[in-house]
Design a protein around this ligand. Sequence first.
Ligand SMILES: N[C@@H](CCC[C@H](N)C(=O)O)C(=O)O
Length: 276
Amino acid sequence: MILKFTKMHGAGNDFVVIDLISQRCKLRSRDFRKIADRRFGVGCDQILLVEPPGSPNVDFRYRIFNADGGEVEQCGNGARCFARFVRDKKLTAKKVISVETASGVITLRVRDQHQVEVDMGAPEWIPARIPFNAPAEQDSYQIEAAGQSLEIGAVSMGNPHAVTRVDDVDALDLDSLGPQVENHGDFPERVNAGFMQVISEREIRLRVFERGVGETLACGTGACAAVVYGLKRGWLRDSVTVQLPGGKLSISWPGDGHGVIMTGPTAVVFEGTIKV
Ligand SMILES: N[C@@H](CCC[C@H](N)C(=O)O)C(=O)O
């Protein structure tokens, strides 16, 4: 079958977005791996599927597949591209769009042609719900990875994150450290590994080694996880600018019980078709 797709990115985290409302197709894990392959396919970090909602109070269903073919619960940069896509394709004229994901309903607000704000929902700190093996919830935990002892914050933004504060993100060897944290035995569903450098109370630099992908140029849920951890530890305040290798995101969180608000860019790169 020939499928139409749109290649998009949010701060350099790139996606193949497929409308499964106007076209019908059952895609399998190997199809996602082929589409994501940068030599034999289109190339992307994640594939985003636009589907009809499963319940009456939401506008769409949003499904996310990592480049390794595995389905995941959440993707922040993808959520912004999703909002831009459904408006560009005239699947909705709404500026406030609610979508169901594998980790619950999130709300997308289209600010202008390029900037979208997303309420990513409240962070989850309870270890069993991340999931992370720890006897009790703590502000931080010690884990061993690549022969080093790391102090991490463990949090779910719908998907699991381990965040480590470092002095200089440029000095990290993420190719060796990233896979060791991603596959750490205390994260039974693996984890996205974020490394943040605090520049000031309102600005951080962040690199993320994403579960099922490797290092990406930006990770929206990773930015939310880093900021909520930094706010909890008292290192950050108010609205924080997160500088990622591919661009900037703005993140704010009023505190426990509230959703994390992420604002950032979206871009369309090209449209095409692929045989699956
Ligand atoms: N790029 C994403 C996160 C995508 C999913 C992640 N790799 C996982 O496995 O949980 C983002 O922008 O949040």
